[in-house]
Design a protein around this ligand. Structure first.
Ligand SMILES: *[C@@H]1O[C@H](CO)[C@@H](O)[C@H](O)[C@H]1NC(C)=O
Ligand SMILES: *[C@@H]1O[C@H](CO)[C@@H](O)[C@H](O)[C@H]1NC(C)=O
Ligand SMILES: *[C@@H]1O[C@H](CO)[C@@H](O)[C@H](O)[C@H]1NC(C)=O
Ligand SMILES: [Zn+2]
Length: 469
């Protein structure tokens, strides 16, 4: 079984967007485009009562009414009485929850000789359709310049139709990058920086640069994030596959096995420990990486582990499909792992070793994926998920009894808001929070497929999945 999410745009969005990312306006609501059952038309109605639902926060749940004025939650209480001019929505038997926040997306990113097919409009439309009301994207520097990178992303984000924030990638390190990091933190509201230990020859940083970056994060009070795979070893693994004549998508998985993710995760954790600064590990895809995080957290080190939906619910069997279009759509890095890793990652999410779920939504259509038809190294890396994340976490984790509904809210929304300093404005249904609200009907159902999804890509790695497993 799957669900339809209802969502409400929040008029307060403009303010938040400015404080987070210095960005532009909320065109989604202005354009009046609604992908949910109840669209943005609601935002023009300034008063709204969501009646009789089970209001779920990470810390608490109760049957209550939620009263919203001008995009802000004004009251959460049972049996609220309101005047006739208030639009009332009956949520009896449904869950009323904070909108999802996706901590890890790449919209309109130039990568591997092309650009992701979802931009800030289509990606956000897909997000809203799937119950995610905010995302945090990664600014990629232009020629190593953070300022030029931010300008470029501010331009891309002019198409935005919902709230977003930015992390920033650090692809080289010198005095000017160091200075620009300070400007980002102090003037631009960007205080999380990502270091790629993979993608040798393009985004990758070596240990010396990582150490410099970690030191600067520490001195600025910013959060260091890491894509943890050993890029030198991946390069070697890729050469080996090509020498063996393995050029298809399965070569992608074979060339960068879990141990390379485990090694880089362990190294990043130890270097962050050496510098004594917190570390956020993005897209934890393997048992190997998860175990390093578990060990560090047990020892008291401040390490956050982010699994992504693809790693939690898929396995690598698709990469061996004889149809290139099918196999190539599963190519992302780190690779989707052999069956078994996904189940263990689910367990780690349920017991708190991993804290929040992202997507790494980074979408290329089948024409773009075909750039690598003769050589897996040229297949643009990335899968979809921004629209499916909430559904699949519910189905995989809540329906199976692995986590509670409160935990669902925590791992899809609240924890992200806390880590990136936007709680309780986001990630909670309490008085004063933004009215980013979804209503989930646990008894509804639909099938995920490329024909009906809102992303611009023509494929979907979750094709045919239904809500109930
Ligand atoms: C869904 O089913 C449950 C159990 O039968 C019921 O209590 C609840 O009211 C239903 N919700 C809706 C919205 O139909
Ligand atoms: C990046 O730098 C190179 C060499 O200095 C230059 O040729 C290129 O135009 C620059 N690209 C951008 C986008 O500024
Ligand atoms: C993929 O996107 C490109 C660029 O927009 C477009 O030219 C191409 O037709 C698309 N391919 C498919 C299969 O939709
Ligand atoms: Zn990513």
């Amino acid at each position: 079984m799957a669900y339809r999410f209802y969502f409400f745009c929040s008029l307060s969005l403009l303010l938040l967007t400015h404080s987070l990312s210095n960005s532009q306006s909320n065109q989604f609501c202005e354009a009046g485009i609604g992908y949910g059952e109840v669209g943005c038309g609601l935002s023009s109605s300034t008063k709204l009562l969501i009646k009789g639902g089970t209001v779920v926060n990470a810390h608490h749940q109760e049957v209550a009414d939620v009263y919203v004025e001008d995009g802000i939650i004004v009251a959460v209480k049972p049996d609220l009485k309101v005047t006739d001019d208030v639009k009332v929505i009956d949520a009896t038997g449904k869950f009323v929850m904070p909108g999802g926040i996706d901590p890890h997306t790449h919209l309109a990113m130039e990568f591997m000789g092309t650009e992701t097919i979802d931009d800030f409009f289509s990606g956000q439309a897909a997000a809203l359709a799937g119950g995610t009301t905010m995302h945090i994207d990664f600014v990629i520097p232009v020629n190593g310049s953070l300022i030029a990178g931010l300008e470029s992303y501010e331009e891309k984000a002019k198409k935005s139709c919902m709230d977003y924030g930015f992390h920033m990638a650090i692809t080289k390190f010198d005095d000017s990058v160091s200075r620009d990091m300070e400007i980002m933190v102090k003037e631009k509201g960007i205080n999380s920086f990502k270091f790629f230990l993979a993608y040798k020859g393009s985004l990758m940083v070596n240990d010396e640069l990582l150490l410099e970056g970690l030191k600067q994060c520490k001195s600025l009070g910013a959060l260091a994030m890491v894509h943890a795979e050993n890029g030198d070893a991946v390069f070697e693994g890729q050469k080996r596959m090509i020498q063996l004549g393995i050029t298809g998508p399965e070569g992608h998985a074979l060339s960068r096995p879990p141990l390379l993710e485990g090694e880089a995760t362990a190294r990043a954790i130890r270097l962050a420990g050496f510098v004594n600064t917190p570390l956020y590990v993005v897209h934890v895809m393997s048992i190997d990486a998860m175990e390093e995080i578990a060990k560090a957290r047990k020892s008291g080190q401040r390490v956050v582990g982010e699994p992504v939906v693809s790693g939690l619910v898929l396995d690598d069997s698709g990469l061996w499909d004889s149809d290139f279009a099918t196999a190539s759509k599963f190519v992302m890095s780190p690779p989707i792992r052999a069956a078994g890793h996904n189940k263990v990652l689910q367990g780690a999410l349920s017991n708190g070793v991993l804290q929040l779920v992202g997507t790494d939504h980074c979408v290329f259509n089948s024409t773009q994926k075909a750039f690598g038809i003769d050589d897996f190294r040229k297949i643009p890396n990335g899968v979809n998920g921004i629209e499916e994340r909430m559904h699949l976490v519910w189905d995989t984790m809540v329906e199976s009894g692995q986590i509670s509904v409160n935990d669902f809210v925590r791992v899809t929304s609240t924890e992200c808001a806390r880590i990136f300093n936007i709680y309780p404005r986001k990630g909670a249904i309490i008085t004063g929070s933004d009215a980013d609200i979804i209503i989930l009907n646990p008894n509804s159902s639909f099938e995920i497929n490329a024909q009906s999804h809102h992303s611009r890509t023509d494929t979907n790695v979750y094709e045919g999945r239904r809500g109930k497993l």
